[in-house]
Ligand binder design. Structure first.
Ligand code: PMP
Length: 445
C-alpha cells in the first residue's frame, strides 16, 4: 500500500540508502515516476493520475497488475504454507511445472519428455541453462547475439551484447558474439539474402573463434532491450543447423518474449519453426513475483543430476501458486484471442502513424504484444534520433501513456503492455503519440 511518503522523501532516501547503480531514472532522468498503485493495465502516480502502462522493463506483468485471480492464489498459498519447497513435497511447484511442460513446442515431433527447473530470476535461469548446456555437451564455447540482453549475473552479463550493461569483469569466458540479424540498420539490411548471410556469420564464428565445437547458441527470438528486433524469418533454421553440426544446444531466452505474449503461439521461438533444446523464461510467468524457469529435455537436466543444485527460493510455493494461476489465465481461449486482436490493432495504429510521418518513424517492428517505433533523423540515413525519442517519451507520458526506449541509440520507443490492454488503450496511445509528434516537431513537419 502507498504509505504516504512524499516524492521528495522517497528521492532523498533512495539516494541516501540505495546503491547508486540501481538506476531507476533511466527513462525519465529529469522527472522520475513515483509509482504508488496499479490495477490491470494502469499505473498511478502520487497524485493518483492514471497512465496506461506500456513499459518494457516490466513484462513481469503479464495478465495485469494485481490481477484478482492471481492475488487470490497468492493469498491462499500464503495462508497455507510458504516453506522451502525444494526440501519438502508441496503441490504448488509440481502444478506449475505440469502447466509449463504442456506448452513445450514439439516442432521436431520427438517423443522426449521435458522437465522444468525453477529459480528466482531470469538471470539465474540463463546462468543455469548455460551450465546445463556445458555439462550436457562437454563443450565450452557459447554463441550469443550482439545487442542481446540475457541478465547481469556474471555469465549472463558475458552473454549480453550491449556495452552499457557490461562491467569490466571476466564474466564472458567462452562467449562469442555473432551479428545481430538486424533487418533495419544491420550490415545486410535490405538484402533479400540477409537471413542467410546473417546465419553464415554464425557458421563463421564457429569456424574462426571456437574449437569447432560449441555448447550452445542462446538468443532472444525478439531482441528486446537491444531495440526490439524480431529475428528475421529464415535465419534461425539455418543458424541452428550450423550450431547443431558443432554439437551445440539451442536455447531460446523467452524471459520477455514468451508466456503467451506472441498471441499466435505461447513461445516466440515457435514462430520460427526451430525446435529449442532449452527454453528460459521468467518475468511475466508469475505476474510480478521473482521467478525464473529452465525448461529442457529430461536428458539435458540429467547431466547435472549427479550433484545437488538448488536454491532457497527456487520453486517457492507462493511464487509458483501465482505462476500456476497466470498459466491458467494465459492458456484460456479468450486470453489468446484477446492478445491477437489487440496486437493487430496496435500494429495497424503504428503503421498509420508511420504512414503519416515517414520521415520520423523509420520502422515499425512487432511480434504479438511486443511493439516498437524506431525514431530516425531521416529515413534515408536511418540515423537514430535519440533526443527526439526521449522528448517524445516525456510528451507521451504527459498524455497519460508510459513507454520506454530501447537500443544502444535509445531511439526506439518500446512497448510490451500488460496483456489485458484494450482497444480504447490503443486509441489513447495513438492519440498521445500523434499529439506528441505534432508538439515536438511543430512547424518543421
Ligand atoms: N533475459 C532477457 C531476455 C531479459 O529481458 C531479462 C531481463 N530484462 C533477463 C534475461 C534477466 O532477467 P532478470 O532481470 O529477472 O534477472
Amino acid at each position: 500500500a502507498y504509505g504516504g511518503l512524499s516524492f521528495k522523501e522517497v528521492e532523498e532516501k533512495r539516494h541516501k540508502f540505495l546503491s547508486p547503480s540501481l538506476q531507476t531514472y533511466f527513462f525519465f532522468p529529469e522527472n522520475p515516476f513515483y509509482l504508488t498503485r496499479a490495477r490491470m493495465q494502469y499505473i498511478y502516480d502520487a497524485n493518483d493520475t492514471r497512465y496506461v502502462d506500456l513499459t518494457g522493463q516490466n513484462t513481469s506483468i503479464s495478465v495485469g497488475h494485481n490481477h484478482p485471480r492471481v492475488v487470490a492464489a497468492i493469498k491462499r498459498q500464503m495462508e497455507s504454507v510458504v516453506h522451502c519447497s525444494t526440501m519438502f513435497y508441496n503441490e504448488s511447484p509440481v502444478l506449475l511445472a505440469e502447466q509449463l511442460v504442456a506448452t513445450v513446442p514439439n516442432i521436431s515431433n520427438s517423443k522426449e519428455d521435458w522437465v522444468v527447473h525453477l529459480v528466482s530470476s531470469g538471470s539465474e535461469a540463463v546462468d543455469l541453462a548455460i551450465m546445463l548446456a556445458r555439462a550436457y555437451t562437454g563443450n565450452f564455447d557459447v554463441l550469443a547475439l550482439r545487442s542481446s540482453y540475457h541478465g547481469l549475473l556474471s555469465t549472463p552479463m558475458g552473454l549480453t551484447g550491449l556495452n552499457t550493461c557490461k562491467q569490466n569483469i571476466a564474466g564472458g569466458f567462452g562467449v562469442k558474439h555473432c551479428m545481430n540479424p538486424d533487418m533495419f540498420r544491420g550490415q545486410f539490411a535490405g538484402d533479400p539474402q540477409a537471413p542467410d548471410k546473417y546465419a553464415q556469420d554464425v557458421r563463421d564464428v564457429i569456424q574462426y573463434s571456437t574449437p569447432g565445437k560449441v555448447a550452445a547458441f542462446i538468443f532472444e527470438p525478439v531482441i528486446m532491450v537491444g531495440g526490439l528486433h524480431p529475428l528475421p524469418q529464415g535465419y534461425l533454421p539455418k543458424a541452428c543447423e550450423y550450431v547443431r553440426e558443432a554439437g551445440g544446444l539451442i536455447i531460446s531466452d523467452e524471459v520477455q518474449t514468451g508466456n503467451g505474449r506472441p498471441g499466435s503461439h505461447f513461445w516466440a521461438v515457435e514462430k520460427y519453426g526451430v525446435q529449442p533444446d532449452i527454453i528460459v523464461t521468467g518475468k511475466g510467468l508469475s505476474n510480478g513475483l521473482p521467478i525464473g524457469a529452465v525448461m529442457m529435455r529430461r536428458e539435458v537436466a540429467e547431466s547435472m543430476a549427479h550433484k545437488v543444485f538448488f536454491s532457497t527460493y527456487g520453486s517457492n510455493p507462493t511464487v509458483c501458486a501465482a505462476a500456476t494461476e497466470v498459466m491458467r489465465i494465459l492458456r484460456e481461449d479468450k486470453t489468446v484471442s484477446h492478445i491477437t486482436n489487440v496486437a493487430e490493432l496496435f500494429l495497424e495504429s503504428f503503421l498509420r502513424i508511420q504512414q503519416k510521418y515517414p520521415s520520423i518513424i523509420g520502422d515499425v517492428r512487432a511480434l504479438g504484444l511486443l511493439l516498437a517505433l524506431d525514431v530516425v533523423k531521416d529515413p534515408v540515413s536511418r540515423q537514430p534520433d535519440r533526443e527526439s525519442a526521449q522528448k517524445l517519451l516525456t510528451l507521451i507520458r504527459e498524455r497519460g501513456v508510459i513507454m520506454t526506449t530501447g537500443g544502444l541509440g535509445k531511439n526506439v520507443l518500446r512497448m510490451n503492455p500488460p496483456l489485458c490492454v484494450t482497444p480504447e488503450d490503443v486509441k489513447l496511445t495513438e492519440n498521445a503519440i500523434l499529439e506528441s509528434i505534432e508538439t515536438h516537431y511543430g512547424k518543421s513537419l
